[in-house]
Design a protein around this ligand. Sequence first.
Ligand code: 6PG
Length: 253
Amino acid sequence: MAASHRVSVFPSPRELGPALARLVAERAAATGSGRFSLGLSGGSLVGILSRDLPAAIAAAGPAAPSRWLVAFCDERLVPPEHPESTAGAYAAQLLPQLPAPGPRVLAPATGLPPAAAAADYAAQLRQAFPGEDVPVFDLLVLGLGPDGHTCSLFPGHPLLQEKEKTVAAITDSPKPPPERITLTLPVLNAARMVVFVATGEGKAAVLKRILEGDEENPLPAARVRPRPGQLRWLLDEPAARELTIPVEKHPVP
Ligand code: 6PG
């Protein structure tokens, strides 16, 4: 992968979380009085953002969440109250901590069959991003699976070739639950900024492949190369331990 991205390494998620939260609040503030569009992912990010984002928003002052449009980069097709629901987890853990009035949240219609849920979310995006064939998010926060997946885009899956749809359905996710909807690569690569967050030694080997490999058939996360948007990686030391490329160490030694 070309070295056109920044890789920041923190001792642990405790230090990474506030830095991620500051980055989100700064990007929101940079949109001035305009709208800030933010795509969120599930997994450990829910806990990190719920712990650290409210304070960063309070510190940023004018970054009022009422100007925010929040969407989900992927969602498991389970009811919002189900423990596996990403939207439900954010609704329970993060949103109640944000100052009122809160952001506009695009909720996936998880009660629909997968293809209909994907079409519904694509229609919600079309309505929220008028005039944009592909929605251009100000910021997408993505996770990384130990197999190199991001969103619900899995290695070797035909969805990696999707060029037309902004949101696709998947019914055979190798990570349960099998039925999900996901933003597609054209949307990820249209964003103004994409931030990947990966922590823990279970991500070390795959990060080496993604950030230092030059594979003929790149892993899903290695296909995320926003142009002209920016790409950032926030890692903890266990996740970064196999990397030999230059990284920014935080706190700066
Ligand atoms: C899912 C998860 C998944 C997650 C990565 C990283 O839908 O199954 O949201 O895509 O983002 O597996 O997860 P962790 O951050 O928890 O390691």
